[in-house]
Design a protein around this ligand. Structure first.
Ligand code: SF4
Length: 447
């Protein structure tokens, strides 16, 4: 069923947002622009005059999901604009779906708005300002993703992000801090700092210094984190590439300015595999560094992601990774079975592994990590800590909260009986005592 443009009311645009938090931030930017121009947002296909599909093109499975979403939007609405990472493969999309109105690539906000204007003209009589200073968010009101740069200048062989999104382009530090301040003023209690490579922030700007609140602040991850911490909210750092200068960030964590949480995608531990991935390959040094970070900040939680079944990964390499994980005892671990991504340099590497081997190794890794996670969480029982309430689960009569060691939608939760915390609302900070633990989640009661 094709929808036609309705008369007499504001034009309405629907948005389907796929992919990672970085893509979500792009969607937030698009909906902010739409609202600023007087468009309304439609929660369903039926009420929309056109639909924007913000795609993900990181893995082939994500591309398939994006293509399916475009197909669904076409079938349900008929007037579809495609943007995001997969938009850089416009010919593939148009070959499959010639009726798509326009295809634009990642971060091409002007091109998306131009396509929207052509599909659904903006209202002429629009005068009101419906956009709050902090912009519009797709996350709950109490936390927000803060994107500090675009693109990436590394060349990990399994990844096509640098090709899709270009080299590192950092936002000026004052601009990031102003956005952060506006978000805090609008009620945000936790900022999640993201980019493709957060550790490299400012490198392209030569760490340019700007004045912020009478202080000189460099466009550098440490300076930025310190200033964000001074806003008095939770600051969580994501996608840290393992550079040595992270040591100074850990010191800020120990001081309590930044959450003791490090999202550090390591991908593997076996030196041969890391070299083939074109990643830093000194895993022994990495272990020692983690040890020294834990000395500086004993409460530090480390999240990482790994890839199993990379081309050429031998059973010994994989066993080495398992041993490394037993030693490192990382708090949170995600794992992907290797996928041949179109255009990735790793596809040309010899000794590609059968998909069953990739998946079986992933399952073995996750089984080991489940044991490590359960034992780390069990050791937290009895501790008192602060949590941030995310939601209320009416069905199970629980307050769903999160500790400093857990990022939303990725890590575990802290469950508190509503009978013990009846007035709790999303966005509240609570002091709790941890009373029980599961494999990935904790149980607690108000302290
Ligand atoms: S650092 Fe991340 S985004 Fe950059 S190339 Fe490597 S995997 Fe891709």
């Amino acid at each position: 069923m094709n929808s036609s443009i309705r008369n007499g009311s504001s034009p309405r645009i629907g948005i389907v947002s796929l992919g990672c938090p970085k893509a979500l931030v792009d969607s937030e930017r698009i909906i902010t622009r739409l609202r600023a121009e007087g468009y309304e947002l439609s929660p369903d296909y039926e009420g929309a005059d056109a639909v924007i599909v913000n795609t993900c093109g990181f893995l082939n499975s994500a591309k398939a999901e994006s293509l399916a979403a475009i197909g669904e939007a076409l079938a349900e609405n008929g007037r579809v604009i495609v943007t995001g990472c997969m938009g850089s493969e416009g010919s593939k999309i148009l070959a499959r779906y010639p009726d798509v109105l326009a295809v634009t690539g990642p971060q091409q906000f002007e091109a998306v708005m131009k396509a929207v204007h052509e599909a659904v003209p903006p209202p002429h009589d629009y005068k009101r300002d419906l956009v709050p200073p902090a912009g519009l968010k797709l996350t709950p009101r109490h936390y927000a993703w803060l994107k500090i740069s675009e693109g990436c200048s590394n060349s990990c062989t399994f990844c096509i992000i640098p090709r899709l999104r270009g080299p590192l382009v950092s936002r000026p530090v004052r601009e990031v801090l102003l956005e952060a301040e506006r978000l805090v003023e609008s009620g945000v209690r936790e900022l999640l700092v993201i980019s493709q490579d957060t550790s490299a922030y400012g490198l392209d700007l030569r760490y340019a210094v700007e004045i912020w609140k009478d202080r000189e602040v460099r466009a550098h991850v440490t300076d930025l984190a310190r200033e964000l911490g001074r806003l008095g909210i939770w600051v969580r750092m994501h996608y840290l590439y393992p550079y040595p200068h992270l040591d100074s960030l850990v010191e800020l964590m120990a001081e309590g300015l930044v959450l003791p949480y490090m999202d550090l995608p390591l991908q593997h531990a076996a030196p041969a595999v890391l070299r083939a991935m074109k990643r830093p390959a000194d895993e022994e040094k990495m272990l020692r560094r983690i040890e020294s970070w834990r000395k500086i900040c004993p409460d530090l939680a480390i999240r990482s992601t790994f890839i199993t079944g990379f081309p050429g990964e031998t059973e010994q390499d994989f066993e080495y990774l398992l041993q490394w994980l037993e030693e490192a005892r990382l708090d949170r671990v995600g794992c992907f079975a290797y996928e041949d991504v179109d255009g990735a340099a790793a596809n040309a590497l010899p000794n590609s592994l059968p998909t069953e081997v990739r998946a079986e190794r992933r399952a073995r890794l996750m089984e080991l990590q489940a044991k490590i996670s359960a034992s780390i969480l069990a050791a937290r029982v009895g501790r008192t800590t602060e949590v941030l309430v995310d939601s209320i689960d009416e069905e199970d009569d629980l307050v769903i909260a999160r500790s400093r060691w857990d990022a939303p939608e990725i890590d575990g939760e802290v469950w508190i009986s509503r009978a013990l915390a009846s007035g709790a609302q999303p966005g509240d900070m609570m002091k709790v005592r941890i009373t029980g633990s599961q494999t990935y989640d904790l149980e607690a009661e108000p302290a």
